[in-house]
Ligand binder design. Structure first.
Ligand SMILES: NC(=O)c1ccc[n+]([C@@H]2O[C@H](COP(=O)([O-])OP(=O)(O)OC[C@H]3O[C@@H](n4cnc5c(N)ncnc54)[C@H](OP(=O)(O)O)[C@@H]3O)[C@@H](O)[C@H]2O)c1
Length: 339
């Protein structure tokens, strides 16, 4: 392994930033200096890292030439402004926001699927991470895609409220407390009541009556697989769950595949846990996925004739597995020879 690197975490006080900091420590990432950055309001907040207390610094004015690598875990508008600033200072950037994901010149990487894109990385380059729902689905379908090809995927994702960051957690908590105390609730971050409810996304339609996130989900999947012909029909539904997205998938394959063969293939995918490997229960976001680094799979089943393919249920922690693990694994690859 290379000598320790100096690293900045932008958005260290947010949900993903916090998970990244925890994973870097748990996985003993080789760090010389770490700079924890956020907005001016958070400057001075203490954060524990490797048993030392670090003070959060204001991102504005930070000198990125002090660090070789920055992991951005901040809103898209912050990434849009500061990623180029960091790159201009020679710093390599891994970005979690959606701002650069579909840019043809920016690799969109899931380390278990397309790590080869990192082989051409040079200091000052930018790598984007996909959305958690995209990562969760791709980790489970990729072995099947490679073996028999995939024509079409019908996928419904029930998104945890943490998918919109800490404001989502706050909104669900406040609404649940209000309702249980027979008080009037306020909907600020979601278009309607999210507590004890399900909301099909309806706020920002992009193309073909898809929500913006559904449209992005299709394009991210096609970009990562380098397969513009794969057909994907997604539904994104906001659910009153704090952590962990839940997905149902109907995967129509190009060639026939039995449930048994699919199960054997999936057993070889790192980070994917089949329900039979854990207990008799079907995994759920809350009972199995939350705070874990694996994608959990259950109810693997065949499709009705004449369709070829399989159906499945998937859950994963959107913060820890869907997002933070990806950037930390990318950083681990980069530190071995591309920084
Ligand atoms: N949540 C998910 O499931 C998920 C999944 C994949 C990707 N993403 C993307 O990852 C990014 C972070 O998401 P999150 O869920 O961690 O959000 P979050 O909990 O809301 O955290 C946002 C972080 O960005 C910082 N920030 C906001 N405005 C800033 C500014 N003007 N200058 C400096 N720092 C600023 C915040 O600092 P303060 O605390 O000081 O405000 C906080 O540390 C977003 O782009 C999001 O779209 C999220």
């Amino acid at each position: 392994m290379k000598n320790p690197v100096s690293l900045a975490i932008v958005g260290a006080t947010g949900l993903i930033g916090d998970a990244v900091v925890n994973l870097l420590a748990a996985r003993e990432f080789p760090i010389d200096q770490i700079y924890l950055l956020a907005s001016a309001e958070s400057a001075g907040t203490p954060i524990e890292f490797n048993e030392k207390s670090h003070r959060v610094r204001d991102l504005a004015g930070f000198d990125f030439s002090q660090v070789e690598l920055a992991i951005f875990c901040a809103p898209a508008k912050v990434a849009a402004h500061y990623v180029p600033v960091a790159q201009a200072a020679g710093c390599t950037v891994i970005d979690h926001s959606d701002y650069f994901r579909l840019d043809d010149s920016v690799p969109l990487v899931i380390p278990e699927i397309n790590p080869h894109l990192l082989e051409t990385c040079r200091p000052g380059d930018l790598i984007s991470c996909p959305d958690s729902a995209t990562t969760q689905m791709l980790l489970a379908i990729y072995p099947i895609y490679q073996e028999v090809g995939i024509k079409r995927i019908d996928v419904t994702t029930c998104l945890a409220v943490s998918s919109i960051g800490k404001i989502g957690i706050e909104e669900l908590s406040k609404q649940a407390i209000a309702l249980l105390n027979l008080k009037k609730l306020q909907a600020k971050q979601f278009s309607q009541q999210i507590a004890f409810n399900l909301l099909p996304q309806d706020t920002e339609f992009a193309d073909a009556d898809l929500s913006r996130q559904e449209s992005l989900f299709i394009k991210e999947t096609q970009k990562i697989l380098a397969d513009p012909d794969i057909s994907i029909a997604p539904w994104h539904i906001d659910a009153p769950v704090f952590f962990g997205h839940s997905q149902t998938l109907t995967i129509e394959t190009k060639e026939n595949i039995s449930v048994e063969d699919a199960s054997n293939l999936l057993a070889g995918m790192p980070g994917l846990v089949h329900d039979k490997q854990i207990d008799a229960l079907i995994p759920t976001a809350v009972t199995h996925a939350a705070s874990h680094e694996e994608v959990y799979l259950g109810r693997l089943r065949s499709l009705p004739e004449p369709l070829h393919g399989v159906g499945m249920w998937l859950v994963a922690d959107n913060i820890r597995r869907g997002a933070a693990m990806g950037s930390v694994q990318i950083a681990e690859i980069l530190v071995k020879g591309y920084l």
